[in-house]
Design a protein around this ligand. Structure first.
Ligand SMILES: Cc1ncc(C[n+]2csc(CCOP(=O)(O)OP(=O)(O)O)c2C)c(N)n1
Ligand code: SF4
Ligand SMILES: [Mg+2]
Length: 315
């Protein structure tokens, strides 16, 4: 079988080796070796390694190919994610990963867009975009690797840092009430809201798969310890550290918004699993419908004639 080597735009020297299928051969899924790019620059022991490894597993398991993988992130340690994935993606502006990813999602219905990032990226500078992407129900998966701190910039208080957390910005302990990512996602209108922890790999993969299969905005809060600036933050949720991992109760109704909100209010370590999941039309579907209805009316017209029609309508 012949081997095709394609250069990844904007990533000089980074080559993806793609084996095109022959007519008689079914195209095989990628191996981890073919998905992994640069060696992650995270500190040894950082929870983010586990999330990346499980993303690779997801790609392997779901037989996604290079040209179908889109990994987008903002800025932060966790947001370095796309660098380490040998596929298309972007390490975008701090807090702006979601609008960028929304554009991809709306224009390329054949792709599933994955967005990764940190608690600061999602809820400080990107808080506004989080709410709007959720309410628009744009089809993509957003996995926030929550470590309760700004890791990349070396220990500032983040919106999820608990009261009393001592950091470079709160030397006497954090005084601001932390946000609750799960409550925020539910109330913003996210149609899939789940919680997991990087210390439970099977569970992370399960949540990623369920999120990917959801037709809408799927949000996962994944606890991911920063061993450098917030060591032990999540020990109470890790049975190997004497904590407890409580799955969402089997009788929880994922379509019940109030029940989901109640679960989100449990004190740490709380529950892990899918809190909320409902089906609502996506912005993707609504826009596709509008485009389809207009395409019929505009057939045969040149671009300038379409523009002229629009201007005429605005007079
Ligand atoms: C516009 C802008 N403001 C501030 C920064 C500095 N900055 C880089 S990453 C970051 C926060 C990272 O925290 P988080 O999103 O929680 O990611 P982590 O490093 O913890 O994974 C900040 C404030 C920046 N890069 N750009
Ligand atoms: S500083 Fe923290 S979040 Fe960043 S790589 Fe190191 S352990 Fe991970
Ligand atoms: Mg963080």
């Amino acid at each position: 079988m012949s081997t095709l080597t394609t250069e990844i735009p904007g990533r000089a020297g980074n080559l993806a080796v793609v084996n095109p299928p022959t007519l008689t051969e079914e195209r095989k899924g990628l191996t981890k070796k073919e998905i992994a790019a640069d060696h992650p620059t995270w500190c040894p022991g950082c929870g983010d390694f586990s999330v990346l490894a499980l993303y690779f597993k997801l790609i392997e398991k779901r037989k996604l190919w290079h040209e179908k993988i889109t990994t987008v992130a903002g800025i932060g340690c966790s947001s370095r994610f796309p660098y380490f994935v040998q596929a298309h993606g972007a390490h975008y502006i701090h807090g702006r990963a979601l609008p960028f990813a929304s554009g991809i999602s709306l224009s390329r219905p054949d792709l599933h867009v994955f967005v990764f990032g940190g608690d600061g990226d999602a809820f400080s500078i990107g808080g506004n975009h989080f709410n709007h992407t959720a309410r628009k129900n744009i089809k993509l998966t957003y996995c926030v690797m929550d470590n309760w701190v700004y890791g990349l910039t070396k220990k500032q208080t983040s919106p999820t840092s608990p009261l009393g957390f001592k950091s470079k910005t709160d030397q006497w302990g954090a005084v601001d009430y932390p946000i609750n990512p799960m409550k925020q996602a539910i109330s913003a209108g996210a149609t899939f809201v789940a919680r997991t922890t990087s210390t439970n790999p099977n569970h992370v993969l399960q949540m990623m798969e369920a999120a990917m299969d959801h037709d809408g905005f799927s949000f996962i809060e994944c606890l991911s310890e920063c061993v450098e600036f917030y060591e032990g933050a999540f020990d109470a949720s890790n049975p190997r550290k004497g904590g407890v991992f409580n799955p969402v109760p089997a009788d929880h109704d994922v379509t019940d918004e109030l029940a989901a909100y109640k679960l989100a209010g449990e004190p740490f370590p709380g529950s892990f699993g899918i809190f909320y999941k409902v089906n609502k039309p996506t912005k993707n579907a609504k826009e596709a419908e509008i485009n389809k209805s207009f395409q019929g009316k505009l057939t045969g017209l040149k671009d300038w004639q379409i523009l002229q029609k629009n201007f005429d309508r605005m007079k």
